[in-house]
Design a protein around this ligand. Sequence first.
Ligand SMILES: Cc1ncc(COP(=O)(O)O)c(C=O)c1O
Length: 447
Amino acid sequence: MKPRYERPVIVRHVPGATSKFGVLSATRPMKAFEGLPIADLVGRYGSPLFLFSEKVLRERIRELRDQLARRFADFTLAWSYKTNYLDGICRVFHQEGAWAEVVSGMEMRKALRLGVPGRQILFNGPYKTEADLEQAFRSGVRVHIDHLDELALAERVADRLGIVPEVGIRVSISELPVPSWDRFGFNLESGRALEAVRRILRGGRLDLRALHCHIGTFIQDPDAYRLAAKAIGLFSVVLDQELGVRVDTIDLGGGFASHNTLHAQYLPGDEVTPSVGQYVERIAAGFEEAFDGAEPPRLVLETGRALVDDAAVLVSTVVGNKRMRDGRRAVIIDAGVNILPTAWWYRHDVQPAQDVYGTPEPTVFFGPLCMNIDVVRERIMFPPLRAGDRVVIGHVGAYNVTQWMQFITTRPNVVMVSPRGEHGLLRRAEDLETLLAQEEMPAWLAS
Ligand SMILES: Cc1ncc(COP(=O)(O)O)c(C=O)c1O
């Protein structure tokens, strides 16, 4: 085919455009996903298309489990539903022995419907309705109480049901080398957490069994976990010694970084993200400092993005090209921030899905929305692409298929590929009918 003529432009030199190895990773095409040609998958399921690798999901959770097994006699992983609650994804993790960690009545009901026993569901979050609490207590779900009003509501529900349910409290720790998430739970340093425990003991309606703390997300300093484990561990020792309360579980939430790259990060996540072994080792060190050789309570982790983010890609098709006034090539693709909200936080990898020719140049990838905010990748060195070419956006498994929006257009197919090369839908693409099924016309407008 005769190449299309492109008017030459002068482009400002961008230092640091190559990686430390001197290669431009963007030019390496990714033509297959788990051994299946991407072109065939898109031909079958359409574009844009989310592809999940079952193999990577299982590898990631097994790696974390193996690391924990080396250092902890008693531990449990609880899959963080909000990170990705598609049934097929949850099923893989439950098959691997994970419990469910939910943050709403809807997520709790999704886990119960999927067959997770109530005793293997942990219920976090700042908003639980009376009906949620009643269902949780009846099903044996362990509720982690977030604030005093919830505590009072939980006591009333327990009283009405005539049971003394096992609960936990969420604790926030401020003195850590990460931003303080003290809007959740009872603060440790201010004494609120101790007050909450005293209040539970006075009420006599709830059986305090767990301390929970989620220190934040995409934590790149594993030592923050040592400090958190130590602080919450020491708190449990104080509860035991001073109030006679012996918790059976310390839940350190989620927060391990995936191999994605934040906008503010210089080196790519693939090169600098700590291994799960490093995080686990720091937690073990924190417990060691707190319990000084005594048997610690069971450790629970609710790891989300580090297990699922790297397991998925988003395939997208080039709609067209244009030249920005600053010289950057602009490529419009059919996937935008409506289905990839993590583009606001991450400098997602973008690779071509076919051979590409021509000199890489500064390129911006825009999504298909008629909105200025719809930027998938602000600046990346990329060779020219033609309409109809495909790109593969990496590390998209966490939070996108739960936080995505039905905005301007509909959401695409989500597909799982098995280690044996099988492929099937995890979620069907929406169409206009999906949208209209939810709409109503008020009677006075109907005629
Ligand atoms: C209570 C709780 N547990 C677990 C997670 C999962 O966190 P991550 O995906 O950062 O591992 C979150 C996410 O914010 C959370 O709020």
